[in-house]
Design a protein around this ligand. Structure first.
Ligand SMILES: Nc1nc2c(ncn2[C@@H]2O[C@H](COP(=O)(O)OP(=O)(O)OP(=O)(O)O)[C@@H](O)[C@H]2O)c(=O)[nH]1
Length: 435
């Protein structure tokens, strides 16, 4: 069989696979989230910027560029309206019109230089959504806002994205339904830096340098789910692989078994053939001395154990030497075959006939008394005497009959041989019994 058995103690490919998978799983669970985080950096200078003030609401605040190329701007707030403000709006969608998708980030770090008397500035991340956004009105973007302390801004202030909320004034002035009232960051087209809500007048200078967003490639919950799914898939794949392998092995085994069976049948057939050859006389097709042995032992055994009568008859063709000399050896063979055929065609089914050697035959008669054997012998004698042969005639045979009186096959044979001798002496073509 082609199946290669795994040596004991040797680790299989599947076991290696599971070990590697276990290591990867543990590694993924232990690895610090920073190592598998992803970042997005926005340099403010790379985007078009515009300054706005409260003028449209009737205010008198003024905003102007100090260094436009470096996005440094100045605001002079005038406390003339309810909410005076100046702001710088970065058009992050640019010419492509493609907004920023910040929805998968968890943190935002802002580098912004400020000078003035304000403590806070506002940062707006303005999102576009067809449900509320109208292209002709830039203020229809959703105003996601966070107000941050200015002191930490220059060195980079990190803000959790989930602390950003949607500005109340925008929700109420736009009558936004509750289902759109949550913060959204999937299509940010403007980032706006605005003076804070607490300050009402004075001069302020601001310069936005850059903003960086960061977040894990995959959330902890998703990572657990992924690991579980991979394990389940692997276990199913391994089970499937084992089932397929077992099926293949089973088919191999069945094929191997049927091959063995047919080899066995062939061997049995050959054995039987050799056995038959070994037990058969080639000239006459009768049993030979070896072949009749079993019948002899059986007869003796039955006589011993059950006192079942057991007889046998020695048959010898008369003047066979003369026959050979006169008609030739081939004719002699032919006579042997013809006599064998006549004898075997006229014996009982329970008797066993063998060629004992030369022109001599032995008929073993189990469960037969001497008397019955004598009758059998007489019938056979007559049949042989009545035989017709194209070359040789007449053909006769002498019969010596004997029955077992002691469990001694030699004695039985000797008695039958004596009877045969007497039959020959008495002129041949005779049946003589001898106990
Ligand atoms: N053709 C042939 N002859 C055989 C075979 N086996 C033995 N013989 C011959 O059979 C003859 C037996 O001769 P004998 O034992 O003298 O007996 P017989 O001539 O039959 O004389 P009686 O038995 O006294 O009638 C011998 O000449 C053997 O050579 C055989 O297979 N074929």
């Amino acid at each position: 069989m082609s199946e290669v058995k795994q040596a004991p103690g040797k680790i299989s490919v599947v076991e290696w696979l599971l070990a590697v998978l276990a290591c990867i799983s543990v590694g993924l669970l232990l690895i610090p989230s920073d190592l598998i985080s992803r970042n997005k950096m926005l340099y403010a200078k790379d985007y078009p910027a515009h300054l706005y003030t409260d003028a449209s609401q009737g205010g008198q605040s003024e905003a102007s560029w100090v260094d436009q190329s470096n996005l440094k701007w100045q605001c002079r707030l005038e406390d003339k309206t309810l909410s005076p403000y100046c702001s710088m709006q970065l058009d992050v969608a640019g010419f492509s019109g493609q907004g920023l998708d910040l929805s998968d980030f968890e943190k935002m770090t802002v580098w912004l230089n400020y000078s003035g008397n304000a403590e806070f500035v506002r940062i707006y991340l303005r999102n576009r959504n067809p449900n509320y956004y109208r292209p002709e009105d830039i203020t229809s973007t959703k105003y996601n806002v966070v107000e941050v302390p200015v002191v930490e801004l220059a060195s980079g202030l990190t803000i959790e994205m989930d602390t950003i909320f949607v500005a109340d004034w925008w929700l109420s002035s736009r009558k936004i339904p509750l289902k759109y009232a949550h913060p959204e960051f999937n299509d940010i087209i403007y980032i706006e830096i605005q003076t804070g809500s607490q300050v009402r007048d004075g001069t302020h200078q601001l310069q936005l340098d850059r903003i960086e967003w960061s977040g894990a490639w995959i959330s902890q919950a998703d990572l657990y789910k992924l690991i579980i799914v991979v394990w389940i898939v692997c276990i199913f794949a391994i089970l499937l692989y084992r089932i397929v392998r077992l099926n293949i092995q089973l088919k191999h085994n069945q094929r191997y078994q049927s091959e063995l069976q047919s080899i066995n049948e062939l061997l049995n057939f050959k054995n039987k053939k050799f056995e038959d050859l070994a037990n058969t006389d080639q000239l006459t097709g009768l049993l030979n001395r070896l072949g009749i042995r079993e019948a002899l032992y059986q007869g003796q055994h039955k006589w011993k154990s059950e006192r079942q009568p057991f007889s046998f008859i020695l048959i010898d063709i008369d003047h066979f030497k003369k026959l050979n000399d006169t008609f030739g050896h081939d004719a002699g063979d032919s006579v042997l075959q013809a006599v064998a055929e006549t004898l075997s065609g006229n014996i009982r089914r329970t008797d066993f006939l063998a060629r004992w050697g030369g022109e001599e035959f032995l008929l073993v008669c189990p469960n037969t008394t001497l008397k019955e054997a004598e009758v059998v012998a007489e019938q056979l004698r007559q049949k042989v005497a009545a035989m017709e042969h194209p070359e040789v005639e007449p053909i006769t045979a002498s019969f010596g009959v004997s029955s077992m009186t002691e469990p001694d096959l030699k004695l039985l044979f000797k008695n039958a041989d004596n009877a045969l001798y007497q039959a020959k002496s008495a002129g041949r073509n005779k049946v003589v019994c001898n106990i």
